[in-house]
Design a protein around this ligand. Structure first.
Ligand SMILES: Cc1cc2nc3c(=O)[nH]c(=O)nc-3n(C[C@H](O)[C@H](O)[C@H](O)COP(=O)(O)OP(=O)(O)OC[C@H]3O[C@@H](n4cnc5c(N)ncnc54)[C@H](O)[C@@H]3O)c2cc1C
Length: 482
């Protein structure tokens, strides 16, 4: 149940293997966090994710079904990837080519290109050393793996970087330039974590973008969900929209089906793409819940302003980052004080440069995002007002133009709104955070230890949040089902 990207991909995999699959979706359409929205005046936005890596994980689904991926879904490698605007006025372009990027860093930040290349090489090695173990398989099948002794031994492996933080590793790599440290620290936010707490293992994330590439799907990110739903429907998957599952039915330690507001259905297998916390709390209220797993700290959430902007900024690309002055304070605000810094880093995603229909001629569609804590009852209307002003001040200063009068259409999505639309606990974007060294082991497995026939996919369970990991969760679930 759930037509998020993890649920759709699982449905495709099981349908390919001959299962009869029904997807119950609470909302009127598919996509979950990966939805799209339109604003008056002719602006279209991808509602949630904007950065796309590891596209072969999407292609793989079409290939499994014997289809040519290009008949359904096309994408191109982005170059440049990101435009960075530092608080001191420095601008830096992240080119797709690592050598070109390193040369740009040397010119603009005066850090030797060789140091940047050495860091990226280390990131590549860390990715190669860990991805297979941590991302591609179920970590939870061999229970001995989770014994305290084994965990201690794993933690001590220097290559894994579990005993130092991301920030410490970046600081050691680039002691002379706080801007470059900030740039690489930012990759902690790719799974909603804090670089000052998250283990240096996550320093493999830059390799995903700089080494393996960032990609732009033709038509925007929503095209991923759209093309996969088309494939799923061709394979006979039935999507039942506006039919939330209210209860997972069980008997004698086995799932037997689901209950929705409309009916009761018998099924031998149930796969939850709903966040694992409400899956237990709401759909399995009488079953024992894995409290330690469910109580892990949440990842960050987001506050997003969708703006139709009556101007084209030639200095902006698809991904643009306007860094704050004090990154440490920003993460303390999110993870310790549970609020939003008065000077947050601002991410602006603009797709109208690549997909002209996303905005009227001469205009742009700005998806403006700030990292924020998950919802714990904060005064969101006040925080939204304060943050909107801070965002406008930062981008207007960096661009040398007052952006506020250019806004022609606006919509806001905040953590309570994310929770309401997707059932994510507290509106966290990536389930639990990766802020401690054992977080990977403490994520909920892709299967239930207590109930035969119950499986889990999507961003709140192993291997984690983000499009590629949700797609991998589908691959793992499919592998676990005989
Ligand atoms: C603002 C934002 C920015 C992001 N940026 C990026 C990015 O740049 N790159 C990236 O890779 N990732 C990004 N992510 C994360 C990424 O979008 C998610 O990890 C991924 O889309 C989650 O997919 P999922 O399979 O977990 O399902 P979700 O998208 O969480 O969808 C779950 C679905 O289940 C449905 N559902 C829930 N409960 C029930 C029920 N009881 N019955 C029936 N249906 C139910 C919901 O309605 C929903 O459709 C971002 C997310 C957000 C919100």
């Amino acid at each position: 149940m759930g037509a998020g990207i993890g649920g759709i991909a699982t449905a495709v995999r099981l349908a390919v293997r001959g299962h009869h699959v029904t997807v119950f979706e609470a909302q009127e359409s598919f996509g979950g966090k990966m939805h799209q929205l339109e604003l008056p005046g002719g602006y279209r936005f991808d509602g949630g994710p904007s950065l796309f890596t590891l596209p072969h994980l999407v292609d793989e689904l079409f290939e499994l079904a014997g289809r040519n991926p290009q008949d359904y879904f096309r994408y191109q490698r982005l170059d440049p990837i990101t435009q960075y605007f530092f608080a001191d006025g420095t601008r830096l372009t992240a080119w797709a080519d690592e050598e070109k990027f390193a040369a740009e860093v040397e010119t603009k930040l005066h850090v030797p290109a060789a140091d940047v290349l050495a860091f990226l090489q280390r990131s590549r090695q860390a990715y190669s050393a860990t991805a297979d173990t941590f991302l591609q398989k179920s970590l939870h099948k061999a229970s001995t793996y989770l014994s305290p002794d084994v965990l201690k031994a794993v933690a001590a492996t220097p290559q894994l970087g579990l005993l130092e933080t991301m920030h410490q590793r970046h600081q050691a790599a680039f002691p002379g330039d706080a801007r470059l440290v900030q740039l690489f620290d930012r990759f902690a936010t790719y799974n909603g974590s804090d670089p000052y707490q998250a283990p240096a293992t996550l320093s493999m994330i830059p390799h995903l973008e700089h080494g393996l590439g960032a990609f732009y799907p033709e038509g925007g990110i929503y095209a991923i969900a759209q093309s996969l739903v088309r494939l799923a429907e061709e394979l006979g998957v039935e999507f039942r929209y506006q039919e939330p599952v209210l209860e997972i039915l069980t008997a004698a330690g086995q799932v037997t089906g689901v209950r929705t507001a409309q009916d009761v259905y018998d099924f031998g297998l149930v796969i939850s793409n709903m966040d694992v916390v409400p899956t237990y709390r709401k759909l399995l209220p009488t079953q024992p819940a894995p409290e330690r797993t469910l109580s892990q700290p949440r990842s960050s959430s987001a506050l997003i302003f969708y703006w139709g902007v009556a101007h084209r900024f030639s200095e902006l690309g698809v991904h643009n980052i306007f860094f704050s002055q004090d990154y440490k304070q920003e993460f303390e605000a999110i993870f310790q004080q549970k609020t939003i810094s008065s000077d947050p880093t601002v991410y602006v995603n603009i797709t109208s440069g690549h997909t002209p229909n996303d905005a009227p001629a001469g205009h742009e569609n700005w998806f403006v995002m700030v990292n924020v804590p998950h919802d714990q009852g904060q005064d969101w209307p006040a925080l939204i007002n304060q943050t909107r002003a801070a965002v406008l001040a930062r981008v207007s200063k960096a661009l040398g133009q007052d952006v506020a009068p250019l806004i022609r259409a606006e919509h806001v999505w905040d953590p309570p709104g994310i929770a309401a639309r997707t059932s994510s606990f507290g509106g966290a974007l990536y389930g639990s955070s990766s802020n401690n060294m054992l977080a990977a082991f403490l994520r909920h497995p892709n299967f239930s230890r207590k109930l035969e026939g119950l499986y889990f996919c999507g961003g709140s369970v192993h291997p984690g949040g983000g499009i590629p990991l949700c797609l991998l969760s589908a691959r793992i679930v499919s592998g676990l089902i005989n």
